[in-house]
Design a protein around this ligand. Structure first.
Ligand SMILES: Cc1ncc(C[n+]2csc(CCOP(=O)(O)OP(=O)(O)O)c2C)c(N)n1
Ligand SMILES: [Mg+2]
Length: 557
């Protein structure tokens, strides 16, 4: 063979493939072995490529596009690894929209594969099946990285770039769209390896400045968000070195083991925020503490964030360190050895504060009786998936989370109904650990239809549905703040036990915390799709533990 015709070293040979086959092969080359999906004519060639990939690539099909996208989201949050979903254009895309929006808000690495109308018709408004005006523009508003696939040859590079973007800087979703007549087009395709993440250079001067500031401080509070999920051991070590409590609300839970008395949620976090002279904020927007609890120049803030733009968005911190939390924290720990001061241990103080808080939380005892039982039955490594419900609000302040990625809560979108389908994705991606979805009767029926998916794909998710016959949170606000003028907050429910049984799943009813404990123990042992209905009455308001007034300085708008 003449020299020029010989394949270059390290360059894989080009193979004859369709765009769909190149997409499937590229997903596999990036370790993505599952696509959560709902098919349709626009993506037939892509699904045929998935079929041809055989057992190496699993397609988990759902009953609604929101289910597919939420499953990918739940899987991404439970594993920290990129996940993919695939839907038809127009209504398929919009049906998946709330999940994609939530993936953006939660910085979750979800890849959306979206069909398109015939290539030559895009933008012409001819009224093709599932046509939507400026689909690419709509997608571009929902994610930071999106691209259009024009044919097989460019597919591997576009997939690689999209997946790299999901880990680069602030992580998050990405989207690729491709026309109905392009998925099947063939060409000579050379696969490309994953693009290695570019770690930003660590600014040693800034690390030193942060170490000096924190080393000198007398009362440090660490605040963690979703960006700290992979830095659990570093945060734990820093908490010890600085004698600093660690506060988390929704996304940072489990970074410091909830059994550690230094692990706090907002009610204690606010007290500590008021007393602190320094805050180390890791992978969190810090929006609620700054805007609600106030800020003054006696509180020095060090921020660690993957996104360069984030730290100064609301309030300029003293020091901003840009990059992944774990390597930056390791540098900070090393540097602190030189500058850290001696501080008295706060162990007993923190234990005392925790006991006092628990006494205050007695007001929420109807919710906490259930929360405690779920914690008692869910194994240490089990995953709790939250929804926007009265039990959920109590859990956000009082459910101790033992490990990272074991408390999934929908972040600032706080979108009702994400729970069941996201939990299904978490359970699918982590089959070895039990997962429990905790919903209200309102939230459950958003995606409770995916019980059919749980049965079809044998996903042994356990769902607990607290049924009060109401959008209870809304109803309580109408009762307490709007003179009991009730509107649009009552619900007519199915019998959730029979509902589950009609799918062939296990249905149970638990009338009190003790019965819930028994039902959960059995369900985690049986490992089959299960719905446990818990009939409840009205619950006390959790707001005094979540919406708390200013404790220092001025309040930012
Ligand atoms: C997508 C979305 N729509 C509406 C809301 C507003 N909302 C917050 S809580 C709630 C009621 C939840 O009802 P349910 O799931 O039964 O839980 P409960 O409050 O009764 O415990 C509603 C409608 C929301 N958070 N997200
Ligand atoms: Mg309800």
């Amino acid at each position: 063979m003449p020299e020029s015709k010989r394949p270059k070293k390290n360059k894989p040979a080009a193979l004859d493939m369709s765009t769909g086959e190149a997409t499937a092969a590229s997903l596999l080359a990036h370790g993505i072995k599952t696509v959560y999906a709902l098919p349709g004519v626009h993506n037939d060639h892509l699904f045929d490529a998935f079929h041809r990939a055989g057992d190496t690539l699993r397609v988990v099909h759902t009953r609604h596009e929101q289910g597919a996208a939420y499953m990918a989201l739940g899987a991404a949050l439970a594993t920290g690894k990129p996940q993919a979903y695939c839907v038809v254009p127009g209504p398929g895309l919009l049906n998946s929209g709330a999940a994609l929006l939530t993936a953006y808000g939660m910085n979750a690495p979800v890849l959306a594969l979206i069909g398109q109308i015939p290539h030559a018709a895009i933008g012409r408004g001819l009224g093709h099946l599932h046509e939507i005006r400026d689909q690419a523009g709509i997608i571009a508003r929902l994610v930071d990285h999106s691209a259009h696939i024009n044919g097989p040859v460019e597919t591997p590079a576009k997939v690689a770039k999209a997946i790299a973007s999901m880990r680069q800087g602030r992580p998050g979703p990405a989207a690729l769209e491709c026309a109905i007549d392009v998925w099947g087009k063939r060409g000579r395709v050379a696969l490309v390896p994953p693009i290695p993440p570019r770690a930003p250079l660590i600014d040693e001067d800034k690390v030193r400045a942060a170490a000096k500031l924190l080393g000198r401080a007398k009362r440090v509070l660490i605040v963690v968000g979703g960006g700290a999920q992979d830095a659990s051991s570093e945060v734990t070590q820093l908490s010890r070195l600085l004698q600093a409590p660690v506060m988390a609300y929704r996304r940072g839970r489990g970074v410091l083991d909830g059994r550690n008395p230094y692990s706090v949620t907002p009610p204690l976090g606010r007290e500590l925020w008021g007393e602190a002279d320094a805050v180390l904020a890791v992978g969190t927007r810090l929006l609620n503490p700054i805007t609600h609890w106030g800020i003054d120049n006696k509180l020095q803030i060090v921020r660690i964030d993957a996104d360069r733009e984030e730290p100064a968005r609301l309030h300029k911190p003293k020091v901003a360190l840009i990059g992944d939390a774990a390597p930056l924290l390791r540098k900070l720990i090393a540097e602190l050895e030189k500058y850290n001061s001696r501080r008295a241990p706060r162990h007993d103080e923190m234990l005392g504060r925790q006991v006092k808080l628990r006494e205050r939380l007695d007001k929420l005892s109807p919710q906490l009786a259930f929360v405690d039982v779920i914690r008692a039955e869910l194994p240490e490594e089990g995953i709790y998936v939250d929804d926007v419900t009265q039990i959920g609000f109590a859990a956000r302040v009082a459910f101790p989370v033992y490990r990272p990625r074991t408390f999934l809560s929908p972040g600032y979108q706080d979108n009702l109904g994400w729970g069941y389908a996201s939990a299904l994705g978490a359970q699918h991606a982590r089959p070895e650990v039990p997962v429990v979805a905790v919903s209200g009767d309102g939230g459950f029926l958003y995606t409770g239809n995916e019980l059919a998916t749980a049965m079809r794909h044998r996903i042994p998710l356990v769902a607990v549905v607290f049924a009060d016959g109401a959008y209870g949170n809304v109803r309580r606000i109408q009762e307490e703040d709007f003179g009991n003028r009730l509107i649009a907050s009552d619900l007519v429910n199915p019998d959730f036990v029979k509902y589950a049984e009609s799918f062939g799943a296990a249905g149970r009813r638990a009338r009190n915390p003790q019965e819930l404990g028994i039902a959960l123990k059995a369900a985690f042992a049986r490992r089959e799709p299960t719905v446990i209905e818990v009939p409840i009455g009205p619950m006390p308001s959790p707001w005094e533990f979540l919406h708390m007034p200013r404790v220092r300085g001025k309040k930012l708008p």
